[in-house]
Design a protein around this ligand. Structure first.
Ligand code: DAU
Length: 346
């Protein structure tokens, strides 16, 4: 009997990032699966997050770390040895960075996915290997009304979302053309503990803690559907275990909120004045709304999000208050990005 469903050993790519590390934690603490974590250790990786867990003798024997690029076939082939599933979190994820330079986004989110798929194709000649690809609600583009469903057309509008759409489409194409066992998940905006402080929620919390302005893009009316990261990774795991071959599943948090409300909620949680809100120049091509229909995931995976925005924000704010040693060095190391990104916007 395998440790979880028919799986024994899972290759998690990008497992030192925010969402990937939350998934590695779930696999180590709630399943008996062996985990291989392949991560390039870019600016967004934070190895110390998993250190305590992976050095614990209860988990260390089931955990292997490989440093490398998912676009490097030799590294991928080695990491994949003995694995019967791949869950791909590795990605360049920040929309604003993609606007400055799209190259790393195409490299990792398109070419990297292609290399992973070819490696899985090769491995699948010897044993069944399932490929779960973590995609995003941004592939559907801006949805001003209603909810995006899995069979809606893709209308990406930023270099980031176009690169994720490319990867997502490749996964579908490899399923059809080569008969690969693939499943895609399309998540909404993640938040929670250990998120690199460039996305709106951790950026605003850490700025507010330092009494720095909260830079709200444009009117602050753009809507996102926030999902607590542990809810998201439970959905991804359900897709690995129960997702139908060749299908995609929307994983949304059911918390549609705009940027201005996010800023106010965070300031209220910290007892800071709303005068810290500063409207700055809008993001070029800013998608004004994403919203997911999660009926399919609910029915077929038996999954639904459980953490309300109020609970999730309270927990997240508390964690950043208590862990300045975690986020301060990360933010300091990216000072040049923050200056380039925000100085010209104000
Ligand atoms: O929807 C899922 C996506 O969510 C993921 O696929 C992406 O990898 C992830 O980066 C995220 O993309 P967004 O662009 O929605 O996230 P971000 O936190 O950058 O922005 C969220 C909203 O907040 C958006 O309307 C822009 C606004 N914003 C963002 C930043 C960083 C601000 O008003 N000020 C800011 O400084």
């Amino acid at each position: 009997m395998a440790p979880e469903g028919r799986y024994q050993r899972v290759l998690v790519t990008g497992g030192l990032g925010f969402i990937g590390s939350s998934y590695v934690r779930l696999l180590l603490t709630e399943t008996a699966l062996e985990v291989v974590n392949l991560d390039l250790m870019t600016y967004a990786a934070h190895p110390e997050t998993l250190q305590e867990l992976t050095s614990d003798p209860r988990y260390a024997a089931r955990y292997t770390f490989v440093k490398g690029d998912i676009a490097d076939p030799a590294v991928v082939r080695r990491a994949l040895e003995g694995c019967d599933a791949v869950v791909n979190f590795a990605a360049e994820t920040h929309v604003d960075r993609s606007i400055h330079d799209a190259a790393p986004f195409v490299h990792t989110n398109v070419e990297g996915v292609r290399v992973l798929l070819d490696a899985v194709r090769e491995a699948a000649r010897e044993r069944p290997v399932r490929f779960v690809h973590v995609s995003t609600d941004e592939v559907y583009g801006e949805v001003l009304e209603g909810l995006s469903r899995e069979d809606d057309p893709f209308r990406p509008r930023s270099p980031y979302s176009a690169s994720k759409a490319g990867g997502d489409l490749l996964v579908g194409a490899y399923g059809v053309t080569y008969g690969l066992d693939t499943v895609v998940t399309r998540g909404s905006n993640n938040y929670g503990t250990h998120q690199f402080p460039e996305k709106i929620i951790p950026l605003f919390i850490t700025n507010a803690l330092d009494d720095q302005p909260l830079p709200v893009y444009g009117t602050g009316k753009a809507i996102r559907d926030y999902i607590f990261v542990t809810d998201h990774v439970r959905g991804i795991h359900a897709a690995l275990l129960r997702g139908r071959r060749g299908e995609a599943y929307n994983l949304g948090g059911q918390n549609q909120t705009d940027g201005l409300s996010v800023a106010r909620t965070i300031l209220d949680a910290l007892g800071k004045p709303h005068t810290l809100i500063q409207h700055v120049q809008d993001r070029p091509g800013h998608d004004l709304r994403y919203a997911l229909d999660i009926t399919k995931a609910t029915r077929e995976l038996g999954w639904r999000p459980t953490v309300t925005f109020a609970e999730g924000i309270a927990q997240t704010v508390r964690w950043y208050q208590e862990h300045p040693d975690w986020w301060r060095p990360l933010k300091a190391a990216q000072a040049a990005f923050f200056t380039q990104q925000y100085a010209q916007r104000s």
